[in-house]
Design a protein around this ligand. Structure first.
Ligand code: ADP
Ligand code: MG
Length: 323
């Protein structure tokens, strides 16, 4: 049975940060760009801003420290620490500065001007999808080799440096990320319904393989524009996930290279230990091999449901199962 952690006692959070937190007013050194915000998430908003003395544009992520009546400063510190740990990885967004006020913290992030791959998802050719997935997997392999699981890999948290021409991937949003250590079990219930792995729903141990399930869902969506487990409501989605009720039939799937289907199937496995790792994915025939002609589709098809990609841009707070 799920146990509710308070933010302070939540295990697997990083606590050490190197960056100096600034307490002065943000607008002394930055001008917030008026107009449309870059994004909005669970606990705050992301806005464009310009550092006055350099003219460089950044994305300012404002996050509340109190959530549902609890002090969650530790969660934000963890997010900062995770970004510091991954600094060397070009596939992860860079953290520039951190500000703190009485009620919120502001993370000044490198701005990924191309926005979410979510916006482009339905438009990806198999070639572009492969290109982007390689980059995503390079980032995820880096995280995993540093014992960090992201736990919220989805199109809204995968940004592009530019869209035309297609730029590079930047992984963002380490708000749900955790540290996994050997001989220390991590069980928590969180993530975004469409992308969570069966073990998360069953309150079984979380591992790097939990991210790999999400990569499977992501690949399916990028290649077909269809969300493999999305049901009419959350309950149906969860049921589809726990039964691994996924269809490999239909014209969107038939158009793909058979190796692409095998790739997805090697990730959407109920048994976490059987899933490919990020490194193995990068060596998989579909991603590694020279570009080949499309072939007749694989025989590995099962009938089942198919749903359209969720129309909402970002899930509402209630759609996240953060406990
Ligand atoms: P949340 O934890 O609230 O989901 P995110 O870090 O995912 O916060 O940010 C919310 C949204 O803001 C993202 O989905 C994205 O659209 C946008 N965003 C976040 N960081 C950046 C960035 N560095 N550059 C451009 N847009 C960003
Ligand atoms: Mg997010």
């Amino acid at each position: 049975k799920a146990r509710r952690y308070t933010c302070q006692e939540r295990p697997a959070l990083l606590t050490d940060i190197k960056i100096n937190i600034r307490n002065e007013t943000l607008t002394e050194r930055y001008s917030l760009t008026p107009g449309k915000e870059l994004g909005r998430g669970k606990f705050g908003v992301v806005r464009r801003c310009v550092e006055k003395h350099t003219g460089i544009e950044y994305a300012a992520k404002f996050v509340r420290k109190r959530r549902k009546g609890q002090d969650c400063r530790g969660e934000v510190i963890h997010e900062v620490a995770a970004l510091e740990l991954t600094r060397a990885c070009p596939r992860v967004i860079n953290l520039h500065e951190v500000y703190e006020t009485a009620s919120e913290m502001v993370l000044l992030l490198e701005c990924a001007a191309g926005g979410e791959i979510f916006e482009q998802c339905v438009a990806f050719s198999e070639l572009d999808a492969k290109l982007l997935l390689r980059q995503i997997l390079e980032g995820v392999a880096f995280l995993h080799s540093n014992n960090i699981v992201h736990l919220d890999l989805k199109p809204q948290n995968l940004l592009l440096t530019s869209t035309k021409p297609l730029g590079d991937i930047k992984i963002v949003d380490f708000g749900l990320s955790r540290v996994v250590r050997q001989n220390q079990e991590l069980r928590e219930i969180m993530g975004t319904p469409e992308y969570v792995a069966p073990e998360v729903l069953n309150y079984e141990p979380i591992s790097t393989a939990t991210d790999m399930w999400s990569i499977g869902v992501l690949t399916y969506i990028m290649l077909t524009g269809l969300s493999p487990f999305l049901g009419e409501d959350k309950q149906e989605t969860f049921l589809n996930i726990s039964q691994v009720d996924v269809s490999y039939a239909g014209e969107e799937l038939e158009a793909l290279h058979p190796a692409a289907i095998l790739f997805i199937q090697a990730l959407l496995l109920k048994d976490a230990r059987s899933r490919l790792s990020a490194e193995e994915c990068l060596r998989h025939e579909w991603l590694r091999g020279p570009e080949r002609q499309k072939q007749a589709r694989t025989e590995a098809c099962v009938s089942g449901h198919e749903q359209l990609l969720s129309p909402e841009k970002d899930p509402a707070v209630e759609d996240l199962i953060v406990m």
